[in-house]
Design a protein around this ligand. Structure first.
Ligand code: PHE
Ligand code: ZN
Length: 883
């Protein structure tokens, strides 16, 4: 059991390490239950720390079987070894060699942290604190060492042996059935980037010549037989490598880049130096088994992990409080990559949708924390939407603030100044301040203050003076531990749209043009004034979502309809439709609860009509615009006393209204968008399918028999997973015979493909009907379900908890109870996955009183268990804090 003596960890307590590690030589003899690890560390006193100091190495559940100092066995009196610590109280005050031998059991490792087995393949996951489950080590990211790894295994069991860096030697172990490989990584790295893989794997190979002319071998390793599913991942990798050269001037640095796909993985993927390990769902894809969304995710995650080579690996984090330094920045980079590969406006809309759905919700609830937290009990619980997605938004805001050239100069300086080091967020921001001569002191509040800033804007036109005035007030709501907030620096991209749909010049009273259309808001209350405005313009705010904030403004429904049709900024065209839709939906939810009649908003329907009629728009954009805010979006907007059933009903009614009002247009579009040629995952083709399927869904929302029949036909005739899955999802919402038939057919077609069966699990778990809970419970006993596999758990129970608003939040509390039962059962096996599942309770406080009481009781049932993992305990306690 890990002791909690050293917790919590605080940013302000950071001290440089007493000892540095120059080199690590690992010698690993793989064995299913007794893998022997010999680690030889070249330790040297840190000149930056106060010497002499004891050597204290981290462990987690380790058994020490040997210890030598400079070649001589260390007497028991000179060291102390517990499962989670190895201490040498009086080491020599000079560099020395320490040989540490441990024996570990990869088959018993169900946490999937450290060395474990996935379907027989040996693999490792070390971020953030998994290396200490392999050997004793100063397991902190500011200790960077050069690793050499020798792996040995029976040839038949593990014909493929991989580790970070370049292969320097391999061969048979004479006179045995064993073989070995030696890998050397010349780049100093923290232990969390270490990786090793051994198993029976097939590989697909390709190559790329870097900008400076070096040849790099690219390999993707998969289970034998799955090579045919790697083409898109490989193509994405090559495009990502090229893009990083062009967009950021970053080249790859080793002779080989390897990706290994495994079936059992806690997260999406991991950026280990030269040897990325992936959840197989983000590698494997064919048109028959993967949707367009799957293809887009593969492209983004392959790129994300590759981009970490510079932002994360070459420049790493000083400590885990700086996690956003690598994650926020790398998400920003992968979002930019996807925007360049696909449609920039559509990518932006999707990213903002995701941000609002996950990060805004997190920021508004008990788990809110700053992008750079100041304290943690369990770092695994901080791989959050705030660190990743808001972290990316902050980088983007910086770019909006400084402009593309200033931003690039700052990035260049960051790479030049900090390459090969473990840096902080302050170091990062200092590069932009220095490169552009900007004071970014106040900007740092984005990293220290939690909560989503709110901007209230009042626009007023003075016809006689020909001026347009904006009165802007900003507030940041209180969050746990932060009752009072200071004003933020908000780069607010804006426009004044003339009646002809064109932007008016933004000239301030001093005669200057507002640079790049961006106003900098830095005070609690601020006034902006533009001159030379001849007619009343329509105000377009936070264009392109230039800052991760909530904006409210005195923009009439009529003006919103105008923006939906005419705003030159595509993001705000979409936003205008969403704002109109949200207003109708929120009103209708209240009406339903009060027993009043709902209204169909003519302004909103006119906006939809304008979007559908605009033939210049790309299909993916139209699809995004005619898709209503999700139930969770509506709940977030309502913000208190939430009744998920009323939200579902209001949303379903409005979908049906759109489906009826535009039946002919939708039907015509659906028919016209049907692809004739073979499936291609490219963005334009995917966009056509998205729109086609959005039309189908709206038509079916009316319950019309013709639409149901159309969905059933599309399901049966589909030659790709996108169309098949979309039709199935549409049918799944309807209580019709076609639904059960299609679900059964789907299972029979794909029963031997776990990743596709996950879709089958998820779809059933998200049906918003009372029977779903029993169905989900039954499916946990299905032969294709396994509590040991994180993908299965997320597909079934995760989808239910995170994706089924009405049934997870059942008024009788049975949804909560089921999820809590699952969390408690899972906790002993895999605390990380259990904790993530429990975070589905992150907005329990906004529920109406009855449901809220049930949720609270469920959380208290968790908190009362005294054998909880640190992970689950932390989430339970923070969720309940303040009670
Ligand atoms: N660092 C991984 C990423 O790219 C995520 C991860 C964290 C994976 C922890 C495994 C464990 O974002
Ligand atoms: Zn990452």
């Amino acid at each position: 059991m890990r002791t909690d003596a050293a917790r919590p960890v605080r940013l302000e307590d950071y001290r440089p390490p007493d000892w540095l590690v120059e080199t690590v030589d690992l010698d690993v003899a793989l064995d299913p239950s007794a893998t022997r690890v010999r680690a030889t560390l070249r330790l040297t006193p840190n000149p930056q720390a106060a010497a002499p100091a004891p050597v204290v190495l981290d462990g987690d559940g380790l058994t020490l079987t040997g210890l030598k100092l400079d070649g001589a066995a260390l007497a028991p009196a000179h060291f102390a070894a517990t499962p989670d610590r190895l201490t040498i109280a009086q080491p020599p005050n000079r560099p020395f060699r320490l040989e540490v031998e441990t024996v570990i059991d990869p088959s018993a490792n169900t946490q999937l942290m450290g060395l474990y087995r996935s379907r027989g393949t040996y693999c490792t996951q070390c971020e953030p604190e998994g290396f200490r489950r392999i050997t004793y080590f100063p397991d902190r990211p500011d200790v960077m060492a050069v690793f050499t790894t020798r792996i040995e295994a029976p040839k038949a069991q593990a014909p493929v042996l991989l580790a970070n860096g370049n292969l320097v030697q391999s061969g048979d172990v004479a006179g045995t059935d064993r073989h070995f490989a030696v890998w050397h990584d010349p780049f100093p790295k923290p232990s969390y980037l270490f990786a090793l893989v051994g198993g029976e794997l097939a590989c697909v190979e390709d190559g790329l010549r870097t900008a400076s002319g070096r040849e790099v071998t690219l390999r993707i390793y998969v289970e034998p037989g799955k090579q045919g599913r790697c083409a898109y991942a490989m193509d994405s990798l090559k495009r990502a490598m090229r893009w990083d050269e062009e967009a950021f001037g970053r080249e790859y640095d080793l002779d080989i880049f390897m990706i290994v796909a495994v079936s059992d993985f806690n997260m999406g993927a991991m950026e280990n130096k030269g040897l990325n390990v992936f959840n197989d769902k983000y590698v494997l894809a064919t048109p028959e088994t993967a949707t367009d969304a799957d293809f887009a995710n593969i492209e983004a995650i392959i790129a994300h992990e590759y981009f970490h080579n510079w932002t994360g690996n070459r420049i790493t984090c000083r400590d885990w409080f700086q996690l956003c330094l690598k994650e926020g920045l790398t998400v920003f980079r992968d979002q930019e990559f996807s925007a360049d590969q696909r449609s920039r406006p559509v990518e932006r809309i999707n990213d903002v949708r995701g941000l609002r759905a996950h990060q805004f919700v997190e920021d508004a609830g008990p788990l809110a924390h700053p992008v750079r937290p100041a304290l943690y009990h369990e770092i695994n619980n901080f791989y959050t939407a705030t660190v990743y997605e808001k972290g990316a938004e902050v980088v983007r805001s910086l770019k909006v603030l400084l402009g593309p050239d200033g931003f690039r100069r700052g990035m260049d300086l960051f790479f030049a100044r900090h390459d090969g080091t473990a840096a902080t967020v302050d170091d990062f921001i200092a590069c932009f301040a220095d490169a552009t001569g900007t004071d970014l002191g106040q900007f740092m509040r984005w990293y220290s203050q939690a909560g989503t800033p709110e901007l209230a804007v009042t626009g007023s036109f003075d016809a006689r003076a020909g001026t347009y005035r904006l009165d802007v007030a900003q507030t940041v709501p209180p969050t746990p531990g932060q009752p009072v907030k200071e004003p933020m620096v908000i780069p607010l991209a804006l426009g004044l749209v003339g009646r002809d749909g064109r932007d008016l010049p933004l000239v301030t009273a001093d005669g200057r043009q507002l640079e790049r259309g961006v106003a900098t808001i830095s005070e609690a209350a601020q006034r902006l004034e533009f001159v030379g405005i001849a007619e009343r313009p329509v105000l377009s705010l936070n264009r392109g979502f230039s800052a991760p904030i909530k904006v409210s403004a005195n923009i009439s429904a009529e003006d919103l309809s105008f923006l939906a049709a005419r705003d030159p900024d595509p993001f705000n065209r979409w936003q205008a439709v969403q704002t109109l839709a949200t207003a109708v939906l929120v009103e209708n939810v209240a009406a339903l609860r009060a027993g009043r009649a709902e209204r169909a908003d003519d302004g909103f329907l006119a906006a939809i009509a304008a979007i559908l009629a605009d033939t210049t728009l790309e299909p993916a954009f139209v699809a995004a615009a005619i898709t209503l805010p999700s139930e969770a979006d509506i709940a977030r907007d309502i913000g208190r006393d939430v009744d998920p059933d009323a939200i579902l009903a209001a949303r379903a009614a409005l979908r049906a209204t759109i489906g009826r009002r535009f039946a002919a247009v939708l039907d015509e579009l659906h028919g016209r968008l049907a692809d004739s040629g073979p499936y291609s995952p490219d963005a334009a083709s995917a966009g056509r399918r998205t729109l086609k399927n959005a039309c189908l869904d709206l038509m079916a929302a009316t319950g019309a028999a013709s639409a149901v029949a159309l969905a059933a036909r599309q399901y049966a005739a589909a030659d790709n997973m996108t169309d098949r899955m979309a039709a199935l999802a549409t049918l799944s919402l309807l209580d019709v015979a076609e639904r059960a038939a299609a679900l059964d057919d789907f299972y029979r077609r794909f029963e031997d493909d776990p990743l596709v069966i996950d879709k089958w699990f998820s779809l059933q778990a998200t049906i918003p009907q009372a029977a779903t809970l029993d169905r989900v419970r039954a499916l946990t006993a299905h032969p294709k379900f396994s509590a040991a596999n994180p993908n299965r758990v997320r597909a079934l129970v995760g989808a239910f908890a995170h994706g089924n608003q009405t049934q997870f939040n059942r008024p009788d509390g049975a949804g909560f109870a089921f999820v809590v039962d699952t969390v408690l059962a899972l906790d002993a096996r895999n605390p990380q996955v259990a904790a993530r599942l429990l975070s589905a309770f992150k907005s329990w406080r906004v529920l109406e009183a009855g449901r809220r009481a049930c949720a609270e009781a469920a959380l208290k049932r968790v908190a009362a268990v005294d054998t909880l993992s640190r992970d689950v305990k932390d989430i339970a306690q923070r969720s309940l804090a303040g009670d």
